[in-house]
Design a protein around this ligand. Sequence first.
Ligand SMILES: NC(=O)c1ccc[n+]([C@@H]2O[C@H](COP(=O)([O-])OP(=O)(O)OC[C@H]3O[C@@H](n4cnc5c(N)ncnc54)[C@H](O)[C@@H]3O)[C@@H](O)[C@H]2O)c1
Length: 384
Amino acid sequence: MGTGIAQVAATAGHPVVLCESSSRALEGACNRLAKIHARLVEKGRLEEAAAEAILGRIDYTRAVSEMAPCRLVIEAIIEDLAVKKQAFSALEEMVSDQAVLATNTSSLAVTAIASACTSPERVLGTHFFNPVPLMALVEIVPGIASSDESVQKVRRWIDDWGKTTVLCKDTPGFIVNRVARPFYGEALRILEEGIADAATIDWAMREIGGFRMGPFQLMDLIGNDINFTVTETVFEAFFYDPRFKPSFTQKRMVEAGRLGRKSGRGYYDYSPHASNPEPAQDRDLGEEIVRRILVMLINEAADAVFLKIATVEDVDLAMTKGVNYPKGLLRWADEIGLEEVLRRLEVLQTEYCEDRYRPNPLLRQMVRRGESFCHRGTEDTEKG
Ligand SMILES: NC(=O)c1ccc[n+]([C@@H]2O[C@H](COP(=O)([O-])OP(=O)(O)OC[C@H]3O[C@@H](n4cnc5c(N)ncnc54)[C@H](O)[C@@H]3O)[C@@H](O)[C@H]2O)c1
């Protein structure tokens, strides 16, 4: 992630210092960037001189002290709170008072990382998506103590890099990793109940739902181990709210070493000449599957707005730009009709008597008032 962030900043014309802990990793980063730019030149996407200029803007170092002149430092080291806190504490000693410090953490609290600094007001989260140069979205996450000035400054910079920034509260999963949970969780539930197999669920979500990939294809691509860990982390971070309960099926896949593409086998077999099951292309079944997963996603998106995690506009932007959903979930909810979304959730809740299906209070309130998301406008989050 760090190499991608360096590439984007250098492409936008900034001088960059890329700091790595080991010489091997540093060399790897340098080689990777050289290779990426050589390929861009080869494909005619970049002039040779421009590629040279971009690469020339990046300095490589193992010494944190070399970051002293930096106005913005984006940390993208391993996902470990103690290690990150130590890095921030060391960084704060090196940089000027005006420098802003950002973390690319995906699952830790920005506030907890910032607590390692004596000036936590200049610390915030900048959550990029992988691969950084290709993914437009960056979630900007103020910690409890972040100053508006730091937040606005960093947001402006990253907007200038051509990214789409959304603002969200420092809560588990930020926007994307929180709202997207049912894409996997509800698909797994449908599989576990024997309503359809993985190939059919994937087919329905692609062909009827318009998603680029089905949930099982995507879990295989991300890695079932990584996806399971994110689910477990979010579940724990939400104090075990049943909405985020992980699935035994996914756990067993990890235990069996069926991690997905990287291990050659996941929900699908990736070995040469493998034959994978064909989907049952039953349109009625497909529509039932899409409806169920979609209302669960909308319920989660509504919850993010209800709890002021982000605005309606930013939740929709996050899901379209961060995970390429075909439409913003809240705009989609308006199209379906909030009354219908609520009705479908109530049917699920009545059928299963499980808390995971409880409709969000915001949906109930909006239905009562006859509102739609596009007519609620853009309410600001606290730090907006
Ligand atoms: N991979 C993703 O898809 C993704 C997406 C969003 C956010 N993130 C977050 O970005 C961060 C990095 O993730 P990654 O996937 O790039 O990890 P990675 O393991 O590929 O890279 C981490 C790098 O940090 C270096 N490093 C470790 N300790 C260091 C230190 N003290 N000083 C300098 N360098 C150090 C390592 O040598 C390694 O090259 C994590 O916080 C992760 O949660 C990852």
